[in-house]
Structures are given as structure tokens and as C-alpha cells.
Write a protein that binds this ligand. Structure first.
Ligand code: C2E
Ligand code: CA
Ligand code: CA
Length: 883
């Protein structure tokens, strides 16, 4: 616009200048013509005046007049009236002496008037020059005579035939000032002729000079030379209105105005067209791009109309946006573009699909945190996920992507803050972790599950116990735990082979799962070891609930299993810990469970023992390192730290002392005297039990031989315990034979106590071994009878001499009529099988009375004596002892 205006200005100035110049030229030409006309006219007038003078000067009468100077004759030739009629104002006749003969001026009325002194002196001054001039042929000129300008004609006075020397000259003239108005009127040009006092040098050159008067009139000057060497040239001055120039100027101004008006009009029209056709549409384009930049709405498009360049530009802008949008929307991962407060500005196709949003625009305006929920990662599994905000913490985290009813999609979120145009936004890029999670789950399964049974494994148990402790402290939920060990499973393994043993384990685990409800979780925590985590129902007595549960478990485990040709009678010992919330960690819980299990094992096969905090707080070897303990045991056996204690056994009928059971004690150098419960279970596990058994057996034989050698009449029977492991040792018959030979003891005074667990082994094999032993002369007692699930039918097939009723029977004797009946039946059956019945754990007189009446043969228990060291036995056998 400015450029256009500037160009217009420059154009108008130059055209103005050129046009003005042209007008000035034209004007000058006109003025030059005017001036030429004035000069010509003056020349013409001069010629007329000159002609008069020349005519009259050549008159012969005039010539002769000059001789006689007869004035009246002159009057006849020329009178003032005739001069007036010719318009002449002055007449002078001058003789060769330069003195005027006749000189006068003519008044308006045609009368003669004497020359004024100025005129006369002017004429006399001029006379020599004039005389000289016409000799050169000059006949007329504008002369200044006495301060007045005259159109003058000068002629020598000569004869008509131009012969003879001149007798003076004749001058006639018209006052120029009087003539000018007439000339001006006829030419239509007003002018003046003056004799300047200080003439412009230009006048000499004859050039026409044009200038402007203050009144706006043109002043045209030209010099006019005078013939009769009067020196200074005349100044001819034309004064004329500058009509051409002024008209020209006006025309220029009008054209100016026109140009400006029309140019302005065109400009306005052009601007209006540009505005409506170009600018408004470009503005639309810009406002769309501005909105995209400031609001982040990539869905906006520019309206396209027409088929011009702007329409093309708009549609390629839209195509660019489409490309960008499809680039974002076709990313295979879900992408949310949100404002810093979480409001979704836009989300791609995958994001809509992932949250189950049908239409592709429905997410905008909602908050991203209602779709993206931070989850715990494997690393911080213990953390509370509820505290995690998707706007805090690291920029990469795991989350679930869900929209309402859809199943949540596990994703890894990458969060990034960027500038989207001028808008600060937060990007959430969600990568589907379904596959990775599946893999992780499979790995976790491998880490936390047992292959054989499909049950969660030991690691899972540890993890869950820790969780339960934590959850319990938060929610108040009480959890109990149980550790269950299948009795003598090692033997089962050896008997039926690994594959069959595995089958039995699977069967048992299936049965357990059937028995357990949803509040229990079962784990396989070792080869033949299962664990239980029990969520106790609120309000109830946890002990009662677990009691019933353990009962069900025992029954389920105890169902005989047939594998191949063999039938196995499984049983399990269980250690229970009520309310694990009292403890800090899984290891504390597991230590106590192990202890309780050991207690259960101590009771016999298929028993449950509860860990009681007050009575059984762990101490001693129970908590020490098993490897160290077993090393200590080996050393202890060599150093003689294992000593036999003896518990008397009495005849029920007459109360006489009939024998002693040899029971192992460990004189531990640091912990003092340890009961078998502190080392036998471990010894059984490490295989060391067989050595202890052998050692105690020898002690029993030595003791028996000592008493016999002192009193050959006394026939005290010494018994010792043989663990299943001991029974497994090869050549036990030979070993016992050697021992008998070595100690010289009487085999008839020795009884080997074996437990029911032997029955898990091949019955024929056991029967054969027992028979071989019996052939040596020793007796066999079935210890802890009633704790397992052995049936009397099998017992019948074994070469037994005694059955030792388990102490738990005796302890429960008066608890229920059922127990009483059961015990009586057992005693009667034993009798029928011709077995002697020994009752263990007799602590009260009532028990003793009942057992004696029921037909029990022998009695052992604290009622009479605890196990005592050898010294006490020596005293005891010094004389007869009656209860
Ligand atoms: P057991 O063979 O059943 O031995 C009887 C246990 O009952 C002994 O415990 C004895 O002290 C206890 N007892 C006797 N009368 C009463 C009573 O009236 N009330 C109560 N509550 N208990 C009574 P001890 O000596 O602690 O032995 C525990 C178990 O250790 C034995 O049970 C036996 O299975 C095992 N054991 C002991 N010595 C040996 C050994 O040399 N070899 C093997 N393999 N096991 C042994
Ligand atoms: Ca025993
Ligand atoms: Ca026993």
C-alpha cells in the first residue's frame, strides 16, 4: 500500500513537472510571438513615420526652403493641421549647422506649439548624431528627445532626384506613449516601452525574458536597439495574464484530483476484493492452526471452498493434519494426550479400543486417571498400590488400563511432559504387557508352584505367611498355620519306588484339597511335607476350628493307598501354630511349626501338636543349626555324652518290677541333659538314630547282664527302642547277634520296641526280619500302639510278643466312654492274639486300677517312676519294690 502510494506520488510529481514544463514552453512561445508582433508593429509604425519624413525631405520646395528659409512658404508645404491629421506630434527641420530652422509640436487640436526648452536642447544634442545617421541610410527610430520617447522619422533634405548635398534634415514623430494604447488595442496586447536607467544586460542580447509579477501576471521583456547610437537599448515590456500556464496548472490539479480519486477508488475495490477473496480465508487457515496449537485439538480442519490456490493450500493443510492424526492414531500402543491436570485432550484409536470406548471421540474431556490405574510392580509387591498416583513417582510404571466393565489390561506407562504447540501437555503411552505378564506369571508359577501337585510351594508359603502377618496386623484377621509331615515317607519311597511314591503324594494332596475349604490354602513345602495357611473365621475359637480341621485331615490322609501290588497306610504328623500374627516373620512362624511338628512326631504317628507359646517356647537345639547339631551328635556319641536312662515296668497283677525301658539322654556339654525330643527327630532325619539305637541297645544288654550277674534269680527284662531307620540297617540280625555275644547278655531278657511305622514297609520283609530276630531269642514289642492306622489284622501276621498301648490312650482314658471301650477292645483282641499288653504313661491310680481290671499285663508310667539313671536302678534292684 505504502509502496503503491509512493509510486503514485513519484509519478504524479514527475508528470506534474513535465506537464508544467510543457505548459511553460507553450506559454513562452505565445509570449515570444506577442513580443514579435509588438516589435513588428513598432517597426511598421517607424517605417510609416520614416516614409513621411523621407517623402517630405525629398521635396524640392523643401530643398529650396532651406536656402531661403522663407517660413510662410513652409506653411504652405506643411501645416500643423496636416501633421495632426497624420497623427504626428512633432516636426523639426534642422540645417547643417545643427540649428533648428523650424521646430514645433502639434497639439491635440492641431495648433503649433513651440518646443519646450527640454525638447529643444534634446533636439540640439541629438542633431549631430541624426545627421550622421541618415548618411548611413537610417530613416527612423524611437528616439528619446528631452525625456520623451518618439516614433521618429528622419530624412536628409535633398532634391527629388536625390541629387545635391543635403541642406539639413527633417524630423517628424509621434509621441510613443500616445501611440502605444492604440497599438495595444489593435494587437490585443498591453505593453510599454521604456528607457531603463539601469538596463538589464539581457536587453543587449535581444532575448525574450519571461517572469512573473507579484499580481500573477506574466512580464515579458525584450530589448530594442536604437539605430542612432543613443546607447542604451529600450526595454519593451509586455504584461499579460498567464492564462495558458494557469489553465495548465488547473488542468494538472484536476488531473491530480482525478488520479487520486480514481486511484483511491480502485485501491478500495482491490482491497475489498483481496480481503474477501484472500485475506479472510487465509485468516481462517491461521485461526485453525492457532487453535490446534493452543488447544491441541488435532481434529480441527479448514473449510475448503472453490478451486483456487488458497483452496489447494487449505486442502493440503488438511491432508497434513490427517497424516499427523493418523500417524498418532495408528501407533500400536495406546496414547493419551492430556492437560497437566489429567484431562484428556485427545487419545488415539488404540487408547479407545483398550478402554472399550466405542466411538473414537468419547475420551476427550475425561480424566485419564479414571482409565489408568497404577499397579504394584513385582519389585514393590509389598507396597500398597492405592497410594500410587499416576502423576507422581517415576516416568515409567506399570498400570492397568480399564474403562468400566472391560477387563483391565496390564500396561507399562511411559509418561512424558512436552509442549504441544504452545500447550504444556502430558503424554501417557501405554504398552500392552499382557504377553509379558503371562510370561511373568508362568515364571512366578515356576517359582511359586510345585510341579508334581500343582500346589503352591515353599517360597509361596513363606511369601504368604509374611503377607498374612502384615494383613493380619492391618485388618485384624487371625491366621493359623500348620506344618504336616507324612510319617515314614522315606520308607514308602524306598518300598514303592519314586514314581509310585509321587503318585501317593499327588493322591494325598488331592484329598487334602478336597477336605480344605476356601479359607485354607495348602502348600507343598517339602518332599513329604505340606503346609497350611488358615484364615480363621472371626469371632470363633481358632483352636476348635483347627481341631476339627486336623481331624478331617488325618482321616483323609489315613485312607490306604494301593500302588501296584502294595497297599500303603499313610499317616501324617501335624504341628499347628495358632495366630501367627504374634510373630514378626515367616522364619519365626516356621521355626515354631517345626517344633510343634516335632512334638507331634514325638507323640507318635498321625498326631497333631499345637505350639503353645508359654510352655514350648523354643530353646536349645530346636533353634540351632541342624548341621552343627548333627556334627555335635556324632562327636557326642564318641565322647559318651549319650547315656541310658531306665524307666521301670511293673507287672499289673502283682505290682512286681518286671523290667526297664532304656531311654536315651544326651548330656550336652553346654545345654545339659537333653530329652530325646530334642535330638531323636533330627537323628531320625539324618540317619543317626540307628547309631543311638544300637548304642542304647548295647547299654540295655550291659545293664541286663549286670543285674543277672549280680542276682541270677532276678529276671528283669530290658527293652530298648529301634527306630525305623535302625530297622533298615542291613544285617541287623547279625549286629544284634554280635551285641549279645559281646555283652554275654541273655537274649530272653531283652525286648526290642519297634513302632507301627514299620508297617509302612513291606510286610513280608518286616515279618521275615522280626522272625530272624526272634530266632535269636529276643522279644519284640509294638510300641506306641494305636497312634497309626494299622489294623490288628496285620499285627497278627507279625511275630510280636507285646503291644505297648500308646500313652495318649491312657491319657484320654476317662475323657469319653468311647475311648474306654476302644481301649478295652484292643486289650481283649491283644489277649486273643496271645500278646502281652503294656500300658504306658500311667500317671494316676484310677488309670492303674482301670488297666489292671481291663486285663493289662504290664504298667509303665510316672505313677511309679520317671526314667532314671543307672545308679537309681542299682538301688532299686537291691530289694524288691512294690508300687
Ligand atoms: P517311648 O518309646 O514311647 O518312651 C516312653 C516315653 O514316655 C518316655 O519319654 C517316658 O519318659 C515317657 N513316660 C513314661 N511314663 C510316663 C508318664 O506316666 N507320663 C508321661 N507323660 N510320660 C511318660 P522319653 O524318655 O522322653 O522318650 C521319648 C521317646 O523318645 C520315646 O518314646 C522313644 O520313642 C524315643 N526314644 C528314647 N530313647 C530312644 C532310643 O534310644 N532310640 C530311639 N529310636 N528312640 C528313643
Ligand atoms: Ca518305647
Ligand atoms: Ca511308646
Amino acid at each position: 500500500m505504502t509502496t503503491v502510494l509512493f509510486l503514485l506520488f513519484v509519478m504524479s510529481v514527475t508528470s506534474n513537472y513535465l506537464t508544467e514544463r510543457a505548459f511553460l514552453d507553450v506559454e513562452r512561445r505565445f509570449f515570444e510571438q506577442d513580443m514579435a508582433r509588438v516589435q513588428n508593429r513598432l517597426d511598421q509604425e517607424l517605417r510609416i513615420v520614416g516614409r513621411y519624413a523621407f517623402d517630405w525631405g525629398a521635396w524640392d520646395s523643401m530643398y529650396y526652403f532651406m536656402e531661403e528659409k522663407d517660413l510662410p512658404r513652409f506653411q504652405e508645404m506643411l501645416d500643423p493641421m496636416s501633421l495632426r491629421a497624420l497623427g504626428l506630434d512633432i516636426l523639426a527641420v534642422v540645417d547643417t549647422d545643427f540649428s533648428p530652422v523650424i521646430a514645433y509640436t502639434v497639439t491635440e487640436t492641431g495648433e503649433e506649439r513651440k518646443l519646450t526648452p527640454e525638447l529643444m536642447s534634446g533636439l540640439k544634442d541629438l542633431a549631430p548624431k541624426l545627421m550622421e545617421g541618415f548618411s548611413e541610410g537610417l530613416l527612423s527610430d524611437i528616439l528619446s528627445i528631452g525625456g520623451e520617447l518618439y516614433l521618429a522619422g528622419i530624412s536628409p533634405i535633398i532634391l527629388t532626384n536625390h541629387m545635391g548635398s543635403p541642406r539639413g534634415f527633417l524630423l517628424t514623430g509621434t509621441v510613443l506613449a500616445a501611440k502605444i494604447p492604440e497599438i495595444a488595442a489593435s494587437l490585443g496586447t498591453s505593453f510599454s516601452v521604456t528607457l531603463p536607467e539601469n538596463p538589464d544586460p539581457l536587453l543587449e542580447t535581444g532575448a525574450v525574458e519571461i517572469s512573473s509579477s507579484p499580481e500573477g501576471m506574466a512580464v515579458v521583456l525584450q530589448g530594442r536597439k536604437r539605430a542612432f547610437s543613443q546607447g542604451i537599448p529600450l526595454e519593451v515590456r509586455l504584461t499579460a495574464p498567464r492564462s495558458i500556464y494557469d489553465e495548465g496548472r488547473r488542468a494538472i490539479h484536476y488531473s491530480y484530483l482525478w488520479i487520486f480519486l480514481s486511484g483511491g477508488g480502485i485501491l478500495v475495490v482491490v482491497m475489498v476484493l483481496i480481503e474477501s477473496l484472500v485475506l479472510r480465508r487465509l485468516d481462517g487457515l491461521r485461526s485453525v492452526s492457532d487453535r490446534i496449537v493452543s488447544e491441541g485439538d488435532t481434529g480441527l480442519r479448514v473449510p475448503v471452498s472453490g478451486s483456487d490456490e488458497i483452496a489447494n493450500l487449505s486442502s493440503s493443510f488438511n491432508t497434513l493434519l490427517d497424516t499427523l492424526e493418523s500417524l498418532v492414531s495408528d501407533i500400536p500402543d495406546a496414547l493419551f494426550i492430556c492437560s497437566p491436570d489429567g484431562t484428556i485432550l485427545s487419545a488415539n484409536r488404540e487408547a479407545h479400543r483398550s478402554v472399550g470406548s466405542g466411538s473414537s471421540k468419547t475420551l476427550a474431556g475425561k480424566n485419564v486417571s479414571s482409565f489408568v490405574k497404577k499397579t504394584e510392580t513385582l519389585k514393590d509387591i509389598e507396597e500398597d498400590p492405592a497410594t500410587g498416583s499416576i502423576f507422581s513417582g517415576g516416568n515409567v510404571f506399570e498400570a492397568e488400563l480399564a474403562g468400566g466393565q472391560e477387563t483391565a489390561l496390564p500396561v507399562e506407562i511411559r509418561r512424558q511432559e512436552i509442549h504441544y504447540g504452545r500447550l504444556p501437555v502430558v503424554l501417557f503411552l501405554a504398552r500392552d504387557l499382557t504377553e509379558r505378564k503371562g510370561f511373568e506369571n508362568r515364571l512366578a508359577k515356576m517359582a511359586y508352584f510345585d510341579d508334581l501337585t500343582g500346589l503352591p510351594n515353599r517360597s509361596a508359603f513363606i511369601r504368604d505367611v509374611n503377607r498374612a502377618i502384615k494383613d493380619g496386623s492391618r485388618t485384624g484377621q487371625i491366621f493359623c498355620a500348620a506344618l504336616m509331615d507324612l510319617d515314614r515317607f522315606k520308607l514308602v519311597n524306598e518300598q514303592v519306588g519314586n514314581i509310585n511314591a509321587d503318585r501317593i503324594l499327588s493322591t494325598i494332596s488331592r484329598r487334602l484339597e478336597e477336605v480344605l475349604g476356601e479359607n485354607f490354602r495348602l502348600y507343598r513345602t517339602g518332599g513329604d511335607e505340606f503346609s497350611l495357611l488358615i484364615a480363621c473365621p472371626p469371632g470363633g475359637n481358632p483352636r476348635e476350628g483347627t481341631d476339627r480341621l486336623m481331624d478331617r485331615i488325618h482321616r483323609a490322609v489315613g485312607i490306604p493307598c494301593s500302588v501296584g501290588s502294595e497297599t500303603i497306610f499313610p499317616s501324617a504328623s501335624i504341628g499347628v501354630l495358632n495366630d501367627i500374627g504374634r510373630f514378626q516373620s515367616s522364619s519365626e512362624v516356621i521355626n515354631r511349626l517345626v517344633h510343634a511338628l516335632r512334638e507331634a512326631k514325638k507323640i507318635g504317628l498321625g498326631f497333631t501338636s499345637y505350639h503353645l507359646e508359654e510352655e514350648n517356647e523354643l530353646s536349645g537345639p530346636g533353634t540351632v543349626n541342624i548341621l552343627r547339631l548333627s556334627a555335635e551328635m556324632h562327636a557326642g556319641l564318641e565322647k559318651g555324652e549319650f547315656v541310658p536312662y531306665f524307666q521301670p515296668i511293673y507287672s499289673a497283677s502283682d505290682g512286681s518290677l518286671s523290667g526297664f525301658e532304656t531311654l536315651a539322654r544326651w548330656m550336652h556339654p553346654v545345654q545339659g541333659l537333653l530329652p530325646p525330643s530334642d535330638f531323636i527327630p533330627l537323628a531320625e532325619n539324618t540317619g543317626f538314630a540307628g547309631k543311638i539305637d544300637m548304642y542304647m541297645m548295647k547299654q540295655a544288654l550291659i545293664a541286663s547282664e549286670k543285674l543277672r550277674s549280680r542276682n541270677s534269680q532276678a529276671s528283669y527284662v530290658f527293652s530298648s527302642n529301634g527306630s525305623p531307620l535302625f530297622f533298615q540297617t542291613p544285617h541287623i540280625v547279625e549286629v544284634l547277634e554280635d551285641l549279645l555275644r559281646e555283652t554275654k547278655a541273655d537274649p530272653n531278657l531283652f525286648t526290642l520296641e519297634v513302632t507301627e511305622s514299620l508297617l509302612a514297609e513291606n510286610l513280608c520283609e518286616v515279618s521275615r526280619k522280626l522272625t530272624s530276630l526272634k530266632e535269636l531269642g529276643v522279644r519284640i514289642a509294638l510300641d506306641d500302639f494305636g497312634t497309626g492306622y494299622s489294623s490288628l489284622q496285620y499285627i497278627n501276621q507279625l511275630p510280636l510278643d507285646y503291644i505297648k498301648l500308646d500313652q495318649s490312650f491312657v491319657a484320654r482314658l476317662f475323657d469319653s466312654g468311647k475311648d474306654e471301650r476302644l481301649l478295652r477292645t484292643i486289650i481283649n483282641m491283644g489277649k486273643e492274639l496271645r500278646l502281652e499288653i503294656v500300658a504306658e504313661g500311667v500317671e494316676t491310680k484310677e488309670q492303674l486300677e482301670w488297666l489292671r481290671t481291663a486285663g493289662c499285663d504290664k504298667i509303665q508310667g510316672f505313677l511309679f517312676s520317671r526314667p532314671v539313671p543307672w545308679e537309681d536302678i542299682e538301688k532299686m534292684t537291691g530289694g524288691d519294690h512294690r508300687p
